[in-house]
Design a protein. Structure first.
Length: 430
């Protein structure tokens, strides 16, 4: 009698162990941020990470020690689950991340209010969708929205209510590329490729990198299966691309006019010949449009995107504008006017800096032209948004007579460097 009972208990123990092991085991290509056993790889933080990084070293060390003690007070591991009691600092990854694919499982109790910070910025919202005291804040719409975005901004509210009943496990699948955020909750799309705003400073884009944080307050919440995969740049570019009409066949310069002798096709990309230049532009002309292009800069490389170019003259002045294409951080450009940085409407509106990938890597750029307005998105982050009709101050007081053009060609304004362009697409806006 005793022996079969012992075997039965052993069998049950093995079954339980196997079930526990199945959790927190990442799928192929992913890394587990939570190991199911302890708080390794996490520390505590509830502050703007940029301001913390700017603290004197001694002050920062003291804050980190206090936050770590707070983390140990309010967070613990139980049965392979990371548990927070509804109080304290937020669990924060030791590492910073940029473009990622992320899976997170969570289970919430009534009155809960939580979220997931990306790049140290709030947040993908999680809350008790049945709590009427928070319906005025949007809780009845469900979890998964970018709640800290501006009112009515895309992504602020989830597209559908996808929460499971309280006490059941929910699963997020999150794709973050640049500031573009896509969120699935329980296999339902709740945020579709929306820009996540920088809560800490809305005049700036989302940080290029930062920690992943599990934010909690209100009531107990449990987490498991926290898996991350860093998205390489070429995959990021494919995901950022849309189904637009191609402008380049990948083989020759069919469909292009202008300085065709100064450009060549190499390995499926249009490249400006070294020490050559001029404007290479499309046969067709465009009024309002969205253009997408991948760009690779050599060290110190300089070129430009010609917007509404009339077919003659310097694209920066005779066209609506030249959007600068430049290895901005190269030492030889240390004294740039801000209106010369990569993505800037040359000489008129400066772009935000710091979002180019390392020199020699491909960058994804999307340009939206509507009337007199421009928006430039680099690797998923908006680096310029402005209205040329409002510009009255020009670099070096040089006029831009073409800035009010309503229609023109799209192209590349070479300046003697071997800058490359590929996957060139455009969509007219009517």
């Amino acid at each position: 009698m005793h022996r079969p009972l012992a075997l039965l208990l052993l069998s049950l123990l093995v079954t339980v162990s196997a079930a526990s092991a199945a959790e927190n085991e990442p799928p192929a290509g992913f890394t587990a941020l939570f190991n199911g056993r302890d708080l390794s790889g996490w520390y505590g933080l509830n502050a703007n990470p940029e301001k913390v990084a700017a603290m004197p070293e001694e002050e920062r060390a003291k804050k980190r020690a206090a936050d770590l003690e707070d983390l140990r007070t309010h967070w613990h591991v139980e049965n392979g689950e990371l548990v927070n009691d509804g109080h304290g600092v937020y669990a924060t990854t030791d590492r910073d991340y940029g473009d990622v694919e992320l899976y997170v499982d969570y289970k919430m109790l009534p009155k809960g209010d939580s979220g997931i910070y990306l790049r140290g910025s709030p947040q993908i919202q999680i809350w008790d969708y049945t709590d009427p005291t928070k319906f005025k804040l949007g809780a009845d719409k469900g979890s998964g929205g970018l709640w800290n975005n501006s009112p009515s901004a895309p992504g602020k509210d989830p597209l559908v209510l996808a929460d499971k009943p309280l006490g059941e496990w929910n699963r997020f699948h999150i794709i973050q590329i640049g500031a573009r955020t896509t969120v699935y909750l329980n296999d339902k799309l709740v945020v579709d490729h929306a820009i996540m705003e920088n809560y800490w400073d809305r005049t700036r884009p989302l940080f290029r990198t930062g920690p992943i944080q599990l934010q909690t307050h209100g009531s107990e919440i449990r987490w498991r299966n926290v898996f991350v995969r860093e998205i390489p740049s070429e995959e990021a570019d494919r995901r950022l691309g849309r189904s637009f009409a191609p402008l380049f066949n990948g083989k020759d310069l069919t469909g292009w006019d202008g300085s065709t002798d100064n450009y060549e096709v190499v390995d499926g990309a249009i490249r400006c010949k070294p020490k050559k230049g001029g404007v290479l532009y499309t046969h067709g002309q465009y009024s309002d449009f969205i253009a997408q292009v991948e760009i690779k800069l050599p060290p110190g490389g300089n070129n430009g995107l010609a917007i509404r170019y009339p077919g003659t003259g310097d694209a920066a002045y005779s066209g609506m504008c030249e959007l600068q294409v430049l290895d901005t951080e190269h030492p030889k450009y240390s004294k740039l006017d801000p209106r010369q940085a990569h993505g800037s409407a040359y000489g008129m509106i400066p772009a935000k800096r710091g979002y180019l990938r390392p020199t020699g890597e491909w960058n994804f750029e999307q340009v939206t032209v509507r009337g007199s307005t421009l928006k430039v998105e680099l690797n998923g982050t908006v680096i310029l948004e402005g209205d040329l009709s409002q510009v009255t101050n020009y670099m070096a007081d040089h006029p831009h007579p073409g800035k009010d053009l309503k229609v023109g060609h799209f192209g590349f304004a070479g300046h003697g460097d071997a800058v490359e362009f590929r996957n060139i697409r455009i969509m007219r806006l009517y």
